[in-house]
Design a protein around this ligand. Structure first.
Ligand SMILES: *Cc1c(COP(=O)(O)O)cnc(C)c1O
Length: 395
């Protein structure tokens, strides 16, 4: 609130404070200097986080690492794919996802994404014939048709990995996202549901994949004994896999663990915030917030919507400026220079493939952050600013 009583544009970048409980644990770790996950014989904060996270997701194994990108890389390596294996990924995702595929010596094959931000199943099925693995990135927490994807992949024996970096708390038929494919990967980077600045974790029910990922994450010598799991699997892989050293350190786990009990509240709040703004935008003729697929219960901390009837890029950009003048930052994925979510900017892949559906979507799809801590009046401020900006440009 400004001094004259008017509501100022809400700050959508600040995170929630880290729970008080983290402080005592961080103090304890700083005092003892015990920051490395494998120093303590048992009960290290990273090991406790893995147990708690596996329980939260209902998975047999969890492995905490330095980022979700590291988790994606280790998941691909754990599958033991041949060099240059073709891995299908959605063409709408963050640049770190094709990067993880390249890092794992595989070839990312981009699949079209529709106006509802979900994998285009016709293109998926067409490209599946030549694929050795599938990495479904639930971009901005939007869940593609996992029933259809799993049915097609299971029938062909193609492994599915889930990039659930931005989907912690999302459910599909009541099942937790990240537990449908062989491995699910999550991020603790600051813009995700749980904030440690950086960090990631993977979950799986497969003891071989877990053992391989644990060793490659940097469990050198017999440090795998400090992980819960089947010893046979580890002994099989001892000394036979490279050590990529992508471990998480104890301070990160100390920041993450007290946030786990906050997750259910954050998910409920995020869903409320999203739906509150979505209802207002959908009532306007200028916007469409695509509906979730029927089996999906979302856990959003941002909103995506399409501009309707904006004929030119200049008109879409004018909307962006008009919203900015009202204090609300809108990202139109395809219109900001060097955007890391626009596939034609992933020049490290070589020439961009032709993906007309995804390109058309990106040119009119808007992105606005809605952190869970926003109040209802702040949400209304954002919705009103967006509608007023569209009216100004189109009216
Ligand atoms: C944030 C994000 C990533 C990368 O996570 P890091 O932990 O920063 O490596 C990958 N995929 C999606 C969909 C993301 O949102």
């Amino acid at each position: 609130m400004a001094a004259d009583g008017t509501l100022q544009a809400p700050n959508v970048y600040d995170a929630e404070p880290i729970p008080e409980a983290a402080r005592a644990e961080i103090e304890r770790l700083l005092t003892s200097g015990d920051l490395f996950r494998y120093t303590a014989p048992e009960g290290a904060p990273v090991a406790l986080l893995e147990e708690e996270f596996a329980t939260l997701l209902g998975s047999r194994y969890a492995l905490a690492v330095s980022s979700c990108s590291a988790a994606l890389f280790l998941s691909l390596k754990a599958l033991d794919l041949p060099r240059n294996a073709r891995v299908l990924i959605p063409a709408f995702t963050f640049a770190a996802v094709p990067s993880a595929v390249v890092h794992a010596d595989c070839i990312p094959v981009l699949v079209e994404v529709g106006e509802n931000y979900r994998v285009d199943m016709a293109d998926f099925e067409a490209k599946l014939a030549d694929a050795q693995a599938v990495l479904i990135s639930h971009m901005r927490g939007h869940t593609s048709d996992m029933d259809a994807i799993m049915a097609l992949c299971d029938a062909r024996g193609i492994p599915v990995l889930e990039d659930a970096a931005h989907s912690l708390g999302t459910e599909w038929h009541g099942r937790k996202i990240g537990t449908i494919g062989k491995i699910g990967c999550f991020s603790f980077q600051s813009y995700k549901m749980i904030n440690a600045g950086e960090g990631g974790i993977l979950v799986t029910d497969d003891p071989e994949l877990a053992a391989r990922a644990v060793i490659m994450s940097g469990a050198y010598e017999h440090n795998w004994k400090k992980h819960h799991g089947l010893q046979n699997s580890y002994m099989l892989w001892q000394n036979r896999l490279p050590l990529y050293n992508m471990r998480m350190q104890n301070l990160s786990a100390a920041v993450i663990r007290p946030q786990l009990p906050e997750l259910a509240r954050r998910v409920a709040q995020g869903r409320f915030n999203h739906d509150h703004v979505a209802d207002q935008l959908n009532a306007s003729p200028y916007f469409e917030v695509p509906a979730a697929l029927a089996p999906e219960q979302r856990a959003p901390d941002s909103i995506q919507f399409n501009l309707l009837g904006f004929e030119s890029d200049a008109q879409a950009k004018a909307f962006q400026s008009a919203a900015k003048a009202r204090g609300v930052s809108v990202q139109i994925f395809g219109l900001s220079e060097d955007n890391a979510r626009a596939f034609w900017n992933w020049q490290f892949l070589g020439d961009a493939p032709e993906l007309p559906k995804t390109r058309a979507m990106l040119m009119r799809a808007c992105d606005v952050r809605l952190p869970t801590r926003l109040t209802e009046s702040e949400l209304d401020f954002i919705a009103n600013a967006l509608i007023a900006a569209a009216e100004e440009v189109r009216g």
